[in-house]
Design a protein around this ligand. Structure first.
Ligand code: PEP
Ligand code: MG
Length: 575
């Protein structure tokens, strides 16, 4: 059994298809001067072919997954069109008298290793793309044909070192039962694709490819993050039962799609979705989301070489607002910094980036960038029910400053006669303890709160959310967190505004009853978690939830609260 990251839920049992890429034999011999022009011509041809292939994959992806998922291939096209790389290859062929494939290999490797060596997640991801494009050019130069995932003719579990965007875009999805990869984390490309395709996946196993040769039976448990190769008959039987149970549960929960998230005694909550890219609204609607509670707009700014224009942003926000058809769409203004960097924005190296120049702090400084986003948001608000949310608010002071910029943008739009929702609601993420403590003060000046437990936990408990080593200290059920949540909800209700939660805790089945009992109005989570949470809410009374929340608030340790929650959950939901 191998342990990895549970990247996409579900269980898959099937035959292994080991996807190893054949690496073309690079010709390292020197060439005669008379051959130089020929090699250059071969290279130019290969580039042409490469661009045509990428263009085709891009079109296919756009058709199957939408414009956003196809954007990665726009980036690939840019790399294939990069004059700097082009010239470097040609110069190398000319000056060193080497073959085109050798020159491409060296140039791509130099650039990719340089990008990888930098402490920047964005550039590391770009190195993967660059190698993907480089391999394609070399294969075209040498006529190497790789196993093609578009020709899979049997149901398989794909096991690979990693899957590149070209791999997932071209593969025959209906034949794929699950994925398991050596590398990757929850936000890696493979993981994101697997979730959007609803294929069970485990990534970051370290060495799953070394444990198989292909054809073995494997189990991929995307709920637990485990992969089992050649299971014995008892394990296999166990997982076959688990799979049937899981499928029955998913089918049962699907039936709740159009029913309200209402307790037995009639208290209604709003269950909404967290999304990262506009295309995610499809998954949200399929799972019965009653709105979008968090649109993380930073994804529009990442994986590119320059700021998205006002028009691009306007289109993205408008698309989501229109697709959600009048349902609330809460769009968070840019939350960059911390672990997310933009290569085209000069950001300082910091000792403590999570406590540093991030989110609203940066936006208030980069005024034009902030105004562009606000203008796009306001313009899109004429096409649906958009709410604006500021991240990383530590006190009412930033709310006032951000609102001053918003008002300036509104006035500019008024002068030009451009329409927008004049009553647009503006709220904040409560993810810094100081904001949670002063919720009563801030509540007077905003329309809503949304509790970001991912950051609230790291700041309240002083536990870096990215640090594996101290993950046992990261406890959303710490009594301190529950008290802060209660404080925020109570303060909002006193002012007649609502409180949502969009951190991971909102989708945690063990937290659902407590949060309901504390009076949380809106739960925002990954789309696929919605049916499960709805089922819990529909099987409990508000009275019992309130009692349980009060009881939980008297408990001393996170474990005590968690154990009591498990017990309660088992008593209300039959597995
Ligand atoms: C949070 O902090 O809980 C949150 C939802 O924001 P992010 O995970 O994007 O920081
Ligand atoms: Mg946050």
């Amino acid at each position: 059994m191998l342990k990895g990251v549970a990247a996409s839920p579900g269980i898959a049992i099937g035959k292994v298809f080991l996807y190893t890429k054949k690496f073309a034999e690079i010709n390292t011999r020197n060439i005669d001067v008379s051959m130089v022009e020929d090699e250059i011509a071969k290279f130019e041809n290969a580039i042409k072919l490469t661009k045509e292939q990428i263009e085709k994959i891009k079109e296919k992806t756009e058709k199957e997954f939408g414009k956003d998922k196809a954007e990665i291939f726009e980036a690939h096209l840019m790399l294939a069109n990069d004059p700097e790389l082009f010239d470097a290859v040609i110069n190398m062929i000319k000056n060193e008298h080497i073959t085109a494939d050798n020159a491409v290999n060296q140039v791509i490797e130099q650039h990719a290793s340089m990008m990888e060596s930098l402490d920047d997640e964005y550039l590391k991801e770009r190195a993967v793309d660059l190698r993907d494009v480089g391999t394609r050019i070399i294969n075209n130069l040498l006529g190497t044909v790789n196993i093609n995932l578009s020709e899979l003719d049997d149901n398989v579990i794909i096991i690979a070192k990693d899957l590149t965007p070209s791999d997932t875009a071209t593969m025959r999805k209906e034949m794929v039962l699950g994925f398991a990869t050596d590398v990757g984390g929850r936000t890696s490309h493979t993981a994101i694709m697997a979730r959007s395709l609803e294929i069970p996946a485990v990534v970051g196993t370290g060495n799953v490819t070394q444990s198989v040769i292909g054809g073995e039976t494997a189990i991929v448990d995307g709920n637990e993050g485990t992969v089992i190769i050649n299971p014995d008959s008892t394990t296999l039987k166990d997982y076959e039962d688990k799979l049937i149970k899981y499928k029955t549960k998913v089918e049962k929960l699907k039936k709740l799609k159009d029913l309200p998230a209402m307790t037995i005694d009639g208290k209604k909550s709003l269950l909404v979705a967290n999304i990262g890219i506009p295309e995610d609204v499809k998954g949200a609607l399929n799972n019965g989301a009653e709105g979008i509670g968090l649109f993380r707009t930073e994804f529009l700014y990442m994986n590119r070489n320059d700021f998205p224009t006002e028009e691009e942003q306007f289109e993205a926000y408008k698309y989501v607002a229109e697709k959600m058809n009048g349902k609330p769409v809460t769009i968070r203004t840019l939350d960059i910094g911390g672990d997310k960097k933009l290569p085209y924005l000069n950001m300082p190296d910091e000792m403590n980036p999570f406590l540093g120049y991030r989110a609203i702090r940066l936006c208030l400084d980069e005024r034009e960038m902030f105004k562009t986003q606000l203008r796009a948001l306001l313009r899109a608000s004429a096409y649906g029910n958009i709410l604006i949310m500021y991240p990383m608010i530590s006190s009412v002071v930033e709310v006032r400053k951000a609102n001053a910029v918003l008002n300036e943008v509104k006035e500019e739009l008024d002068v030009k006669g451009i329409k927008y929702d004049k009553d647009i609601k503006v709220g904040i993420m409560v993810e810094i303890p100081s904001a949670a403590m002063t919720a009563d003060i801030i509540a007077r000046e905003v329309d809503f709160f949304s509790i970001g437990t991912n950051d609230l936990c790291q700041y309240t408990l002083a536990v870096d959310r990215m640090n594996e080593k101290i993950k046992d200290y990261y406890k959303p059920f710490n009594p301190a967190i529950l008290r802060l949540i209660k404080n925020v909800i109570d303060a909002s209700h006193k002012e007649g505004i609502f409180t949502a939660m969009c951190g991971e805790m909102a989708g945690d089945p063990l937290a659902a009853v407590i949060l309901l009992g504390l009076g949380l109005d809106e739960f925002s989570m990954s789309s696929s978690s919605i049916p499960n949470i709805k089922n819990i809410i529909r099987n409990v009374t508000y009275e019992r939830a309130k009692e349980f929340a009060s009881l939980a608030l008297t408990m001393s340790t996170p474990d005590e609260i968690e154990i009591a929650s498990k017990k309660l959950l088992n008593s209300i939901i039959e597995e």
